[in-house]
Design a protein around this ligand. Sequence first.
Ligand code: CA
Length: 223
Amino acid sequence: MRVLIVEDEPQLARHLATALEGAGHQPCIAHDGEEALTVALGGDFDLLVLDVNLPRLGGFEILKRVRAAHLTVRAIMLTARGEVEDRVRGLQLGADDYLAKPFAMAELLARIEALGRRFPAEPQKVLRVGDLSLDLETREALRGGRCIEFSAREFALLKLLMREPGRVFSRTELCERVWEREHEYDTKLVEVFIGRLRRKIDEESDAPLIHTVRHAGYKIEAS
Ligand code: CA
C-alpha cells in the first residue's frame, strides 16, 4: 500500500517508515499538518497514518478535509493514551481505526493488514483514455460532452483496450478474450466491431483514439 505518514516527531516518523517499508509498503512522510494535507489531496495514497497533535493543522482537521474531498483513502489515527474523546472524534470524522501512543510497531502493522482485509481496494469504476471516459457500471462513455452507448460486445472490446492504453492487441487475442473462443478464427468479426467503435468514438473527433497497428492489431491511445 502507498502510505502517507503524518507525524511531527522525526524519529518516530522515520521509525514508522522503516517498519512499513519492511512490511512491503511504500511510505511517504509529512511532518506538519499543512504539508500533509497538500500531499494527501494530491497523492494517490491507500492509507494515512495520522497523528492527532500536529503543528499548523491538526490530524482531525486533515481527516475532515480529506473526507470532504471524497477521497476513499483509509486512515488510522495516532491518539494520546487514554483520550477516549479523541478516539470517538476520529471515528466520527471517518477514521477507520486508531492506535494510542505509545504503541508497538507490530500492532500498527497488524492493524494495517487487518484494514487491507476489511476493505479490499475498490475496483476502478471509470476508465479514461484522453478525453474519453468509460463508466464500467452504466456501460456508457463520454467524449467531448457526447454520451455514447454500446452493445455488450462493443463494451467488452472497448473495456479490454482501455484497461491497457497503448498496448497492441492482436485480432486473435481480441477474438479470444471478447468472444471467448467461440469465433477463434473469425478475426473478421473483430474488424467489424472495431469499425463500430470507431464510428461511435472517433467519427466526430479529429483526434482518433483507436489505432490500427500494421500487421499487429489494434490499440487505444491518446496522441
Ligand atoms: Ca505530534
